[in-house]
Design a protein around this ligand. Structure first.
Ligand SMILES: [Zn+2]
Length: 81
């Protein structure tokens, strides 16, 4: 198949510029955008990890509160029989 001759109109996922992709998997107009996006994703992954850490640290204080709410909810619910 002449995939190499194929030119797909695409929009760069990083800078939003229109470009012609050589393959269907191409997502960026250039290596510059490809690398920049990779760096950005790494940074976002780090931030997500940090958020997860903060969440875990706070779970200890949030969880007993949630359990209390559950108990209140249970008391309000009438028994089926
Ligand atoms: Zn780009």
């Amino acid at each position: 198949m002449g995939v190499s001759k194929l030119k797909l109109p695409k929009v760069c996922e990083y800078c939003g510029k229109a470009f012609e992709a050589k393959t269907v998997t191409t997502r960026f107009c250039s290596d510059v955008c490809n690398n920049a996006s990779l760096r950005q994703r790494k940074k976002q992954a780090l931030e997500a990890e940090r958020k997860q850490q903060i969440l875990q640290e706070n779970t200890a204080t949030i969880f007993p509160l949630r359990r209390q709410l559950c108990c209140l909810e249970f008391q309000k619910t009438p028994f089926a029989d």
